[in-house]
Write a protein that binds this ligand. Structure first.
Ligand SMILES: *[C@@H]1O[C@H](CO)[C@@H](O)[C@H](O)[C@H]1NC(C)=O
Ligand SMILES: *[C@@H]1O[C@H](CO)[C@@H](O)[C@H](O)[C@H]1NC(C)=O
Ligand SMILES: *[C@@H]1O[C@H](CO)[C@@H](O)[C@H](O)[C@H]1NC(C)=O
Ligand SMILES: *[C@@H]1O[C@H](CO)[C@@H](O)[C@H](O)[C@H]1NC(C)=O
Ligand SMILES: *[C@@H]1O[C@H](CO)[C@@H](O)[C@H](O)[C@H]1NC(C)=O
Length: 438
């Protein structure tokens, strides 16, 4: 995936070869067919903008995941589709791009361009046919008119029940409190959401289980955008874009605390969206269950009852905790402490105080060393995104992907799948033997 991004970045360099003037009166073109995949339009409204807002809407005639819509004020936009370089959505319809939609949308405010020229660029790897329209308006319009499945308020769609996404295009399961929901994956991506508005002042937990032994990928989107991120995108905090990734299997259900309502640092929306994707295409009939528990309700059990219950199950809990201590340690780390796998790798590299360190030798024996003179100077390690040549010891996985020794080692303690292709790394760790040795 990193490779693809790099190629994109290389190909989408800005060119000013086509400039089409658009005047406020000519509000609509149909079937703009262009000889070049890159086009720049000059929006001819600068000195005579009579409306507070101008909505630019592009309807593609066929789906194109390389298409993106940009704008520049005072100068043609400069853009890079390398996600690692995007720090804000300004100048770029990031939702349309990441969600790979037919509709792309930008809302410009005449206050922002203040009699400077406005440039609109489209970019794609292919020649595309599309309709592009400019609507001058007194109100902040919403993308795609919220697909008629939500209401537009101040330029943002408030989706009706059972719909999510920037423009409410996606149907999703609504996760209710204290009512277990079963979802059948059928090899398709499924969406669900929790509405934090409805859990005001309460601390909630969502427990997610699956009967898939191969595993299900779970992405938590605290934003409007809905897309399956590439591994290296996880937890890149774009302006309004926050993603976490996790894996669930039948032997490792996960539990989240949902109390992000008060976290305004990332403009979190009140809906937390979950995307589920089955890992194995072969496994049939994979089910997911979601149980949203109100933690306050649990606290209302009387103290005496609690004491009796605690006393009688304390022993069992103790045994269980010892048995699962190590597994849980990793899992809890995975879910609670770190927001993403990548962040955790960094943290682990930083702290270097893991019990698990004692497995290093055993793991490394299973990862063949690769001579660095076979490596191009410009290639990078997909985990730390640093040049392979920055560290001497390179290791290859069974699926023939290459990483720095340190990066891969840190990774393996939290994830047993290849960071690049997600294949099982088949790393064997002999827990018992290592414990006895200590
Ligand atoms: C493009 O515009 C033409 C003419 O208005 C219309 O017939 C056509 O349906 C539009 N296509 C799309 C994909 O919106
Ligand atoms: C954009 O135009 C430039 C110059 O013609 C070209 O080199 C580049 O490949 C184009 N971009 C894409 C994505 O084709
Ligand atoms: C939540 O807390 C606010 C202030 O802290 C209070 O005004 C409101 O009534 C509370 N809501 C519920 C449902 O308890
Ligand atoms: C978050 O909200 C609190 C209270 O509403 C406010 O005091 C704080 O400045 C906000 N922080 C940011 C980063 O907006
Ligand atoms: C998961 O559970 C459902 C319902 O109990 C069952 O039909 C299905 O076969 C199970 N799938 C797997 C992979 O165990």
């Amino acid at each position: 995936m990193w490779f693809i991004l790099q190629m994109l970045q290389f190909q989408i360099t800005f060119s000013l070869e086509t400039i089409i003037e658009i005047s406020e009166n000519a509000k609509f073109w149909s079937d703009v067919q262009l000889s070049s995949p890159n086009n720049t339009y000059l929006l001819n409204i600068a000195n005579k903008a009579n409306f507070p807002y101008y909505a630019i809407n592009v309807e593609l005639h066929k789906q194109d995941d390389t298409f993106s819509l940009h704008y520049g004020i005072g100068k043609p936009p400069k853009f890079s589709l390398s996600l690692s370089e995007i720090s804000e959505v300004q100048g770029f319809d990031i939702y349309g791009y990441l969600e790979n939609r037919f509709t792309h949308f930008i809302l410009l405010s005449s206050e922002d361009f203040q009699s400077r020229q406005v440039y609109i660029s489209t970019s794609s790897e292919w020649t595309q046919n599309y309709n592009i329209s400019v609507t001058a308006t007194n109100n902040k319009l919403c993308p795609n008119n919220c697909n008629n499945q939500g209401s537009c308020q101040d330029g943002k769609c408030l989706c009706n029940k059972y719909y999510i996404g920037n423009d409410c295009h996606q149907k999703a399961i609504y996760i209710q409190q204290n009512k277990e929901i079963i979802l059948s994956l059928e090899n398709t991506v499924k969406y669900a959401y929790v509405d934090l508005e409805e859990s005001e002042n309460e601390s909630m937990s969502l427990i997610v289980k699956t009967n898939s032994s191969e595993g299900v990928d779970l992405y938590i989107m605290k934003t409007r955008v809905l897309y399956i991120p590439a591994l290296e995108d996880l937890n890149r905090k774009y302006y309004d874009l926050l993603v976490e990734g996790n894996e669930i299997t039948s032997s490792s259900p996960i539990e989240f605390e949902l109390k992000d309502r008060n976290d305004n640092s990332t403009l979190i929306q009140s809906r937390i969206r979950f995307i589920f994707k089955q890992k194995s295409l072969v496994e049939q009939d994979v089910h997911i269950s979601m149980d949203l528990i109100n933690q306050n309700t649990q606290n209302t059990i009387s103290t005496t009852t609690v004491i009796i219950i605690v006393a009688s199950i304390a022993g069992i809990i103790m045994i269980l905790s010892i048995l699962f201590a190590i597994g849980k340690y990793f899992r809890n780390k995975k879910i609670k402490e770190a927001i993403s796998a990548l962040a955790m790798v960094r943290q682990m590299q930083h702290e270097k105080k893991y019990i698990a360190k004692s497995f290093d030798d055993e793991i490394l024996q299973q990862l063949p060393q690769i001579e660095s003179d076979q490596i191009k100077n410009t290639d990078i390690c997909p985990i730390c995104l640093d040049l392979y040549t920055s560290k001497p010891d390179l290791r290859s996985t069974k699926c023939k992907h290459l990483f720095h020794k340190e990066c891969l080692l840190a990774w393996i303690y939290i994830n047993k799948n290849c960071p690049t292709c997600r294949a099982d790394l088949k790393i064997h760790m002999n827990l018992q033997r290592n414990q006895q040795q200590q």
